[in-house]
Ligand binder design. Structure first.
Ligand code: E4P
Length: 221
């Protein structure tokens, strides 16, 4: 499973890259707004940090002509940009129009299997399932949705061999569910990525090995 970082913060992206675990970056208008920076400027900074890893940048227009122009523009910023569009009929028209010409789309705000099917058929490269927002509603369907969507894209043929991307992750348990459900990608906020490194038994084990080393060698800490 690929690990993307879900942030528009340059320092967080640099850190995740240093850890050697980074496969891509997802942003959205809310994450960019939190940083208080210009959209294109920040996306280009991110591209400079991650090189040719996929970087998702989101459109905000809703009218067909404006969305088509915005998607074309965002796609022109760098070859590794994945243009994010929400699941709407208009967005799918734009995906259908541009994806055969080499534009990669990340269809976002997906909450159901039929929505994932529509995105796949239109020509999405990534399909972003929002598990946190589903789990927030207490429906308990998120994990099942991911495994059904993975099975769907692996059973049928679609224009772009889409990958199921688990988004809106709120904690390590949803990362575990993503792995168990066979998701192709999980996009994870920095704080949660950090948490994944830790286990109390790892800390206890490190301390014991170090203490035993000091005892055996007579060295002091
Ligand atoms: C990423 O592509 C999504 O936009 C993001 O994971 C949404 O997360 P949220 O539900 O925490 O806003």
């Amino acid at each position: 499973m690929k690990f993307f970082i879900d942030t528009a913060n340059a320092d967080e992206i640099k850190k995740a890259k240093e850890w050697g675990i980074l496969d891509g970056v997802t942003t959205n208008p809310s994450l960019i707004a939190k940083e208080g920076v210009d959209h294109k400027t920040r996306v280009m900074e991110i591209v400079n940090i991650v090189g040719d890893l996929p970087v998702s940048a989101e459109c905000v227009e809703t009218d067909y002509d404006k969305l088509l122009a915005e998607a074309k523009d965002i796609a022109s910023w760098a070859p590794n940009i994945y243009v994010k569009v929400p699941m709407t009929p208009t967005s799918m028209e734009v995906v259908k129009e541009l994806s055969p010409n080499g534009v990669n789309f990340n269809v976002t705000l997906i909450f159901s299997l039929p929505q994932a099917l529509l995105a796949a058929k239109a020509g999405a490269s990534f399909i972003s399932f929002f598990v946190g927002r589903i789990d927030d509603m207490g429906s308990g369907e998120a994990a099942q949705n991911i495994s059904d969507a993975v099975e769907m894209v692996e059973t049928y043929e679609f224009p772009k061999n889409p990958e199921i991307l688990v988004a809106s992750i709120r904690g390590p348990l949803q990362v575990v569910e993503s792995i168990r459900s066979g998701a192709h990608i999980a996009t994870i906020p920095y704080k949660i990525m950090e948490q994944l490194f830790h286990h109390p038994l790892t800390d206890i084990g490190i301390k014991k090995f170090y203490d035993d080393y000091l005892k055996a060698t007579g060295k002091t800490a």
